[in-house]
Design a protein around this ligand. Structure first.
Ligand SMILES: [Zn+2]
Length: 228
């Protein structure tokens, strides 16, 4: 009765392959859980995502749950999360990935989790910040608080992919600001995003946060589009 009730509101369909979920499956079917391309970056020092930021900004480490490819099941998953209202999927993925991150010595010293904020106008339009739901899931598994107050988004950056490196830099310059910097002093921040492609948004947010005394930054995302 209860499960029938929920089925009315949440179709029991895999967010990755759109196949039917069995009663013991949530959000992603067992077959997809097994097949989705995990990066293993949480236990890999100097992985490709870390290298993306070399010479651009100063991070401790970086990890992404999955590889992102156009037309892939991971893209379908992200689409459900961002554009189909499946915010709980973000929490679910965060909870799963957090269970991996707490096992990694690279993420042991994290103090606080900060999701990349959306611009207030975009937040109003979408109704939720998908990265915040991912952060909340990570928070549950890692037992670290989420801070959504300190990193402020001043403007929305336009799409990055067709821009040159300089244009991308110009596009994200001064898009973030800090509020109540004191609470982050000497903290190791886990900065969280949904998909990392060029890394320009993360780079801008990291450089903003690094203005706070003693702050260290590590990165976690749901997916990483390695070659764009
Ligand atoms: Zn599936």
């Amino acid at each position: 009765m209860v499960s029938d009730f929920f089925t009315l509101f949440y179709p029991r369909i895999c967010a990755s392959c759109a196949g039917n979920l069995s009663l013991n499956e949530d959000f992603i079917c067992v077959s997809c859980q097994f097949k989705l391309p995990k990066t293993q970056y949480s236990i890999t020092k100097d992985n490709a995502l870390c290298k993306l930021f070399w010479g651009r900004t100063n991070i401790e480490t970086a990890a992404a749950y999955y590889y992102f490819n156009n037309g892939s099941k991971v893209q379908h998953l992200i689409h459900q999360l961002k554009y189909k209202g499946q915010k709980e999927l973000g929490f679910y993925l965060g909870e799963k990935y957090g269970q991996e991150l707490i096992l990694s010595p690279l993420f042991k010293s994290i103090n606080v989790i900060i999701p990349i904020p959306l611009h207030p106008q975009k937040l109003k339009k979408r109704g939720y910040n998908q990265s915040e739901y991912f952060a909340k899931g990570l928070s549950k598994s890692m037992q670290k608080q989420v801070n959504t107050q300190s990193l402020i988004r001043l403007k929305e950056s336009s799409t990055q992919t067709k821009k040159t490196r300089y244009e991308r830099w110009e596009n994200v310059e001064n898009i973030f600001s800090i509020w109540h910097a004191k609470s982050l002093k000497n903290k190791h921040v886990l900065l969280v995003d949904d998909v990392i492609t060029t890394g320009a948004t993360i780079e801008a947010a990291t450089n903003t946060l690094l203005q706070i005394e003693g702050v260290k930054i590590s990165i976690a995302s749901i997916a990483f589009a390695e070659k764009v």
